[in-house]
Design a protein around this ligand. Structure first.
Ligand SMILES: *Cc1c(COP(=O)(O)O)cnc(C)c1O
Length: 360
């Protein structure tokens, strides 16, 4: 068996310990004689998996009691629509557009009401986070929306925007559980789990209870109402059972690692290995304004497309895979989520140094 260092932006690397446990339980999950894929979502055994996953998630993120945790299908893209459908009472919302995913959410919201772009970093290929300390927040806005960590461009909000009292909605797909956060500052926080938590095919949404009502936009599908999902404990229909099970294992792993304070420190140290090298390299450069750098997604370039391609090819052959940058940015991107060990980043930097030597 050979494992590579996988720098994919998503679906992405998972802890080996989790993968091993799952493979051990595949033929016979704890004496049931079947795998989790094969069992009823209404069974007691699965109910325990679901309840434990929610409990551990709440504990890790310190989710306050007045928030519901929902396990939803349809990916982050379905939330681009579900957010306005559930929250746009006045049919007005303000969007801060810091990358492709925020832009998609903004475009989607326009279908349901007036979506205002109140700040953007599009003028410089989304390479920075705009100043959000005094935004023209609309008086009748139902919420202010951000994508907290921009997976493609490698930027992260280090401080949350001043929403002037409006509810904050955040897509946290690519920074979910990478550090502690104060959940009470958000009205809705949601993330696709395939970046930092589990396999593709599910979103975890953390929704403040007073926002969970029957007062949704006309035509909202029953399954997309937060109320439907909250009332049924995410079991209105068949959920993504195997994904919930895998996420649950990752939550256990995070707890064993010491929780989110420890993960934050580890992630900072790990990212520093790469950023420090980028700052000293004569060949490679980071593409993001320093103060806005993400701990999870690190884009970089040589400035020469041919050399970028050569690097990606040679890195791949050496076992550092999925380093090609997103097609909209070019160059390279190393995604270094929770499950990427520090040794992986150190090995990558050693490889980059060697490449720099050979291509002076
Ligand atoms: C990957 C990603 C998405 C898209 O997720 P899907 O599950 O494919 O819909 C949205 N937002 C962010 C921040 C992402 O990283």
């Amino acid at each position: 068996m050979k494992r590579v260092y996988n720098f994919s932006a998503g679906p992405a690397v998972l802890p080996e310990e989790v993968l091993r446990e799952i493979s051990e339980e595949m033929m016979d999950y704890r004496g049931t004689g079947m795998s989790v894929m094969e069992m009823s979502h209404r069974s007691g055994v699965f109910d325990e998996i679901l309840q434990t996953a929610e409990k551990d998630f709440r504990e890790l993120l310190k989710v306050p009691d007045n928030y519901k945790v929902l396990f939803l299908q349809g990916g982050a893209h379905l939330q681009f629509a579900a957010v306005p459908m559930n929250l746009m009472k006045n049919r007005v919302a303000d969007y801060i557009v810091t990358g492709q995913w925020a832009k998609r959410a903004y475009e989607e919201a326009k279908q349901y009401g007036t979506a205002n772009k109140i700040a953007s970093s599009e003028d410089q290929t989304y390479s920075y986070i705009p100043d959000c300390s005094d935004l023209p927040v609309s008086g009748n806005a139902d919420y202010v929306y951000i994508c907290e960590n921009n997976t493609i461009y490698g930027t992260k909000f280090k401080t949350l925007p001043d929403t002037k009292g409006k509810d904050l909605v955040a897509d946290v797909s690519s920074c979910f559980l990478s550090e502690p956060v104060d959940v009470s500052r958000y009205a809705v926080m949601y993330g696709g789990v395939q970046k930092n938590i589990g396999p593709a095919g599910m979103v975890i949404a953390v929704v403040r209870e007073d926002l969970i009502t029957d007062d949704v936009l006309p035509g909202t599908p029953t399954i997309m109402k937060y109320k439907t999902q909250a009332d049924t404990g995410s079991l209105y229909n068949t959920p993504n059972c195997f994904c919930i099970y895998t996420c649950g294992k990752v939550f256990q792993w995070l707890k064993k690692m010491g929780g989110l304070e420890v993960m934050k420190r580890k992630n900072e140290e790990k990212a520093a290995v790469l950023y420090d090298y980028l700052d000293s390299s004569r060949l490679f450069q980071g593409t993001v304004r320093k103060e806005d750098r993400s701990l999870m997604n690190v884009p970089f370039v040589t400035g020469d497309q041919k050399l970028d391609a050569k690097f990606v090819r040679e890195a791949d052959e050496a076992g550092f895979v999925n380093l090609k940058g997103h097609r909209s940015v070019g160059g390279m991107r190393a995604s270094i989520y929770n499950a990427m060990p520090r040794e992986g980043v150190e090995a990558l930097v050693a490889f980059m140094k060697k490449f720099e030597e050979e291509n002076k």
